[in-house]
Design a binder for this molecule. Structure first.
Ligand code: MG
Length: 233
């Protein structure tokens, strides 16, 4: 009987994600440059995304609507139908982008699966996350999959309660200090940070906020089996 559960974030923890957004932002910026030169475009797009999060939620579809809204605002509604069409094409490219696994994911999951119950907790668009999990080829490693609209203390408390997991028997692994680490530490669970080289502005937390909690940081998932064996038995 496996009593301990290891939960993984998906985007930028199991597979690459932010890089796809970064390259789309660059294409969007190049398109808008035909209309206006705006060095603050990145921030304007982020402000629109942030404003819309509580309406559209996380994910590519909401991001796309925010690109369209930003383009309309910044070009004073002069953006062409052809370019709106191009933004739609950006979105479709993102949604069918091949799932590129992080290094050592499969070996790590294989090693951990023997002794622990494994789980995915990811936020975002339900359909997109479901197809990414299916396309990743990793689904069979996981006993539980939770796709949620926000990753805060309330969500984690609900998930632990739902699956009858106590906080001391739970570890969360992820790239976002804000979504994967701090809320779990606050509930008395353990968390391990695996930073990715790109972080969406929305997921960045002030250092002093992160310093209030203790958690381990590793550079690759390959370090995980040993770290867990040595610190959580
Ligand atoms: Mg992530």
């Amino acid at each position: 009987m496996k009593t301990k559960t290891i939960a993984f974030d998906a985007d930028d923890t199991l597979w690459i994600n932010e890089t796809i957004f970064t390259s789309t932002r660059a294409k969007f910026k190049a398109m808008i440059a035909k209309y206006v030169s705006d060095e603050f475009l990145d921030d304007k797009l982020y402000q629109t995304e942030k404003r819309n999060l509580c309406i559209f939620g996380y994910g590519i579809k909401g991001f796309t609507l925010s690109m369209i809204e930003t383009a309309l605002e910044i070009t004073k509604e002069q953006i062409s139908g052809r370019d709106i069409h191009q933004i739609m094409a950006f979105a479709k490219d993102m949604l069918v982008h091949p799932v590129e696994l992080m290094a050592e994911v499969e070996n790590t999951l294989k090693a951990l699966k023997e002794n622990y119950r494994l789980m995915v907790i990811t936020k975002g668009d339900l359909f997109d996350q479901e197809t990414k999990i299916a396309r990743s080829g990793l689904a069979d490693y996981f006993d539980l999959i939770e796709i949620v609209s926000e990753k805060d203390e309330r969500t984690y408390r609900h998930i632990l309660h739902k699956h009858n997991i106590s906080a001391e028997n739970f570890i969360m692994i992820g790239n976002s200090v804000k979504s994967d680490i701090l809320p779990v530490c606050a509930l008395g669970g353990k968390a391990i940070h695996v930073p990715f080289h790109e972080t969406w502005t929305h997921e960045i937390v002030p250092e002093e906020q992160a310093a209030a909690y203790f958690y381990d940081t590793i550079t690759s998932l390959a370090e995980l089996p040993d770290l867990i064996k040595n610190t959580w038995s």
